[in-house]
Design a protein around this ligand. Structure first.
Ligand code: ATP
Ligand code: MG
Length: 574
């Protein structure tokens, strides 16, 4: 391809709305353009990268016995009503009506469609296991579409669904996908980590997320660095270690004290000259069922995902000031569990280990001291509801946990019979008995993976594509397009590289070399060949490595071999 003909509209300026590097660089390097919030056109270079990621995914899915299909994007509401998700999915679901007023949605995921399909087409255990997948656009009306391709409202996903006759079969399918995902992200040239995750609205039990490690990641991963321990979990899910009450202090008499104007944990702690660890933080939530007072130690945060799971509710929001006032009789900042009525009290384990603690008195400008959980209030539920932080003990080995940021590029779930039961999808087992399929689902964000690759592979000049997913491998740049010899040699190298199966472009634009070099660095071609008069004087050209920034002189006759060797060193395989 000739750069003069290629649609690569590079920009000098950083687009104002682009907050993260991948969004900035994919815009600046001419890979994507926005059509609406969270909705993008992929230009030729981006589409090539997507194709390469998809090819790797297809190979790894097929290797595990996956069969590719294509399901409809537009899905009838009835299936979603049957599974119960029409009401649960909320505003993230794009809903539409046809001319007859029938309800449809644009698929954010395809459990309903595929379960219904398999229900109709598969009826014997002899046809199992069955692994079906597709690569297709997904639609989610995200609350905050942002970061370019990272969190779009329309994006490309690979989703595979496994159907087994029992849990043991599901274990095998799950392990196959775990291996396939590991291979996919390794082959894409990414540094990643599988972590234990929360199963969220999709239901099910076991689940792992595949996280690309990057500062800009929206997810926090806690992991154990101890040798031999490989505990790693999404912060949403990371388990706390239940503390043991430290004996010694004798419970003292409950007292109310004036804490004029002190609302926050820190204000109260410094006013009373105590550590926040001595305090009970009480946060009021509203769910679809009830009002809840969640309690964690003063130095902790409530993990809303854990709280949500512990309550088994459908909706969980922090209560508004009016609700707080109605429940506690005080303004926000003075809530506490003692004599608090009409709410469900949920305490973290750590709260129950406190002796002579401090909490809000449910009265403006007052707190209670010498509060003893169990004596002064009894929670309805004691559960692990706090956020785990770096420095907390590992739940497996007890060593100190660390934190990193990650981008979730894939997730695998064990669904069990959640969808097959809801939709009545059964098969006949060895004894002729009808049983629900045991399912798993497995997603990879294809466009998000492209963005994550940029987050991990760039410098101040632009993108540095891992060779396996680079849009092209080589760019040939004649330094001066006015020099006939340079142009002829560049054209010849361009032709020979393409003939050798190496994906090569030639920058035949009449611009200055500096402009062309800048663009090439921005786009991130792994290799560049500079054809200039100085080199040609001795029959040589420059071979430039984008990642290293190094240049070696190569004889014109040996260019194909030198490029092949360089690609091999980068880990390129066809
Ligand atoms: P997130 O927690 O980031 O919203 P999710 O858990 O809802 O993602 P899944 O339902 O597990 O996502 O979807 C599978 C994969 O699809 C994700 O791992 C991610 O790579 C990708 N993905 C999900 N939502 C988006 C989005 N809005 N834009 C781009 N890719 C996405
Ligand atoms: Mg997920």
């Amino acid at each position: 391809m000739r750069v003069s003909q290629l649609l690569v509209p590079t920009l000098r300026e950083v687009p104002a709305e682009a907050e993260v590097v991948s969004h900035q660089l994919l815009m600046r390097a001419g890979f994507i353009r926005k059509a609406a919030a969270g909705i993008y056109t992929l230009l030729p270079l981006a589409w090539r990268v997507v194709h390469k990621i998809e090819r790797i995914i297809r190979e790894e899915m097929d290797k595990q016995g996956g069969q590719e299909i294509l399901m409809p994007i537009m899905q009838p509401a009835e299936l979603w009503q049957e599974s119960g998700r029409w009401d649960v999915y909320g505003p993230e679901l794009f809903r539409l009506k046809d001319r007859h007023g029938r309800d449809f949605c644009l698929g954010p995921t395809h459990e309903e469609i595929i379960t219904d399909l398999v229900k109709g087409e598969v009826n014997s255990y002899k046809q199992l296991p069955l692994l079906l997948y597709q690569i297709q656009n997904k639609y989610r009306d995200e609350r905050r579409p942002r970061f370019g391709l990272m969190r779009g409202r329309e994006f490309i996903m690979k989703d595979l669904y496994s159907f087994d006759k029992d849990e043991a079969g599901l274990d095998i399918s799950y392990r196959k996908m775990f291996e396939a995902y590991t291979n996919v992200f390794r082959r894409c040239g990414l540094q990643f980590r599988p972590v234990v995750a929360d199963s969220g609205a999709i239901g099910g039990s076991d689940t792992h997320e595949f996280m690309v490690l990057a500062e800009s990641g929206e997810a926090t991963i806690v992991y154990c660095d101890n040798e031999g321990c490989d505990y790693a979990a999404n912060e949403e899910r990371a388990e706390s270690v239940t503390p043991v009450a430290s004996p010694g202090e004798a419970p003292a008499k409950l007292q109310k004290v004036v804490t004029l104007g002190c609302r926050t944990i820190n204000e109260v702690a410094s006013f009373l000259n105590i550590s926040p660890q001595k305090m009970i933080k009480t946060i009021i939530y509203s769910t679809d069922k009830e009002t809840v007072a969640a309690m964690v130690r003063g130095d902790r945060e409530v993990n809303e995902v854990k709280l949500y799971n512990a309550l088994g509710c459908i909706r969980l929001d922090m209560a508004d000031d009016e609700t707080v006032a109605r429940i506690t009789g005080a303004s926000p900042g003075y809530a506490g569990p003692v004599d608090l009525e009409g709410v469900r009290l949920v305490a973290d384990h750590e709260v129950m280990a406190l002796i002579n603690a401090v909490c809000g008195a449910n009265e403006d400008d007052h707190h209670l001291v010498n509060v003893n959980p169990g004596r002064d209030f009894r929670p309805h539920l004691v559960a692990d509801i706090r956020l785990v932080k770096a420095g907390d003990p590992c739940p497996v080995c007890g060593a100190s946990l660390r934190e990193v940021k990650g981008i979730e590029v894939g997730q695998i779930f064990k669904l069990g019979d959640k969808y097959s039961k809801a939709l009545g999808a059964t098969f006949l087992d060895e004894n002729g008995q009808a049983r629900p399929f045991i399912m798993g689902c497995y997603g990879i964000g294809v466009t998000r993976t492209m963005a994550a690759a940029v987050e991990q592979n760039h410098d101040d000049r632009g993108i540095i594509w891992p060779v396996q997913i680079a849009p092209y491998h080589v760019i040939v740049v004649p330094i001066s397009t006015k020099d006939e010899e340079q142009v002829a040699v560049a054209e010849q190298i361009y032709r020979r590289l393409n003939e050798a199966g190496i994906e090569t472009v030639i920058d035949d634009r009449p611009d200055r070399a500096g402009v062309k070099f800048k663009d090439a660095d921005l786009v991130g071609y792994p290799l560049r060949i500079n054809v200039g008069s100085r080199g040609l004087a001795t029959g040589e050209v420059e071979l430039y490595l984008r990642r290293e920034g190094s240049i070696t002189m190569v004889p014109v006759e040996g260019v194909v071999e030198a490029v092949q060797n360089a690609l091999k060193t980068m880990g390129y395989t066809t």
